[in-house]
Design a protein around this ligand. Structure first.
Ligand SMILES: [Zn+2]
Ligand SMILES: [Zn+2]
Length: 372
């Protein structure tokens, strides 16, 4: 090949202009591209030869030098070696993809290594309101794909290694022509990795990863809510053949609480007390997330009134205070009364002051109220 005449290689005359040289290269490069001639070594050699010839003849300065000294002269004393000067695929890309910038999705460096990141894992974590209220430390056991120790994640049987993909010569993608455009797609042989495994590791079938289990320590901040999630970077499945790990998403689920209903960061607690307590006032014990607390019922408190215990709700996730605990008061109506108790209530019923003032609210207003 060293002695081949570049003009002959491209099939052009010695006085061919730049356009003719380019056209000749395009035609031949398409014809001998390894993707069109899979497994054909001579086509590949020819493809490289064509690229080499074009690299020299398309550059006015190199062409002058070549015309003067020939390829041997260039190598000996001319100071540059056209061989290895440019990757034949770079030249191909430059000519066919020229003007379309990064249509090939490759940098000038040539070889593209596609690294596949492992997938993310989702883990559901059930928390009760107490845990949400103060924050929680949890250990989560998760099943995930971990590095195969037998092949150290390479996917190749021990004593062997991955080899350059013969289909794409390690580029990870192949270019083909469609109309005026040269389009590249991921290599179907190596799936874009540029390398193939001739002898896969038996433990992982060449994936470089196996099923495993791990325990994660997770710190849940106070104030999280149902459906929110924490991302633990790099704790997910490992990528194919040593690719980086995905993440673990810890999705918060809130367990229903026997006493409290959560509304944002406020907690609603229903307190049912007797009519005398409402009428005369009292001090009553109520549960809170932080333990029992006492609240004062003022004399004359109406059933349905909501009392507010400031700051006794869920802490704000982003810091700065907390919601409130709301106490919704309901009057208890006794159902099992002795005759003595009935007599007392009958006596009480004789007093006008125990009856509500009659209002002239319309029915629709009452229904609106009822819906509140
Ligand atoms: Zn393995
Ligand atoms: Zn390939």
């Amino acid at each position: 090949m060293a002695n081949k005449d570049f003009y002959t290689v491209l099939g052009v005359s010695r006085d061919a202009d730049a356009d003719t040289i380019k056209k000749a290269y395009r035609k031949l490069a398409m014809e001998y591209h390894p993707d069109k001639n899979p497994g054909d070594k001579s086509a590949e050699e020819r493809f490289k030869e064509i690229a080499e010839a074009y690299a020299v003849l398309s550059d006015p300065q190199k062409r002058r030098q070549y015309d003067q000294f020939g390829s041997e002269g260039m190598r000996g004393g001319g100071g540059f070696d056209p061989r290895g000067f440019s990757d034949p695929f770079d030249i191909f890309r430059e000519v066919f993809g020229g003007g379309f910038g990064d249509i090939f999705g490759m940098g000038g460096g040539g070889r593209r290594q596609t690294v596949q990141r492992g997938t993310d894992l989702q883990v559901r974590l059930k928390l009760d309101l107490e845990e949400i209220g103060r924050g929680a430390s949890k250990k989560l056991k998760i099943k995930k794909l971990v590095r195969c120790e037998k092949c150290s994640g390479s996917g190749a049987k021990s004593g062997t290694s991955r080899t350059t993909c013969p289909q794409c010569q390690g580029r990870g993608e192949v270019a083909y022509r469609q109309g005026f455009f040269s389009i590249s797609r991921t290599c179907g042989r190596c799936f874009g990795e540029g390398q193939v495994i001739e002898h896969p590791c038996s433990a992982c079938d060449g994936e470089g990863r196996v099923r495993g289990e791990t325990t994660l320590d997770v710190e849940i901040p106070a104030g999280v809510a149902e459906g929110q999630y924490l991302t633990i970077r790099g704790a997910g499945n490992i990528g194919l053949r040593g690719g980086p790990n995905g993440d673990v998403l810890v999705i918060i689920e809130e367990k229903p609480h026997p006493h409290f209903q959560r509304h944002g960061n406020d907690l609603l607690f229903d307190l049912t007390i007797s009519f005398p307590q409402l009428a005369l006032g009292d001090e009553v014990e109520v549960p809170t997330l932080g333990g029992k607390a006492r609240i004062t019922i003022a004399p004359g408190t109406q059933s349905g009134k909501i009392l507010r215990m400031r700051g006794k709700g869920i802490p704000n996730l982003n810091g700065g205070g907390a919601g409130d605990q709301l106490i919704r008061i309901t009057a208890f109506t006794p159902t099992r009364l002795s005759s003595a108790e009935k007599d007392l209530l009958k006596k009480l019923a004789e007093f006008e002051s125990i009856y509500p003032e009659q209002t002239d609210k319309g029915l629709s207003e009452k229904m609106r109220e009822a819906k509140r």
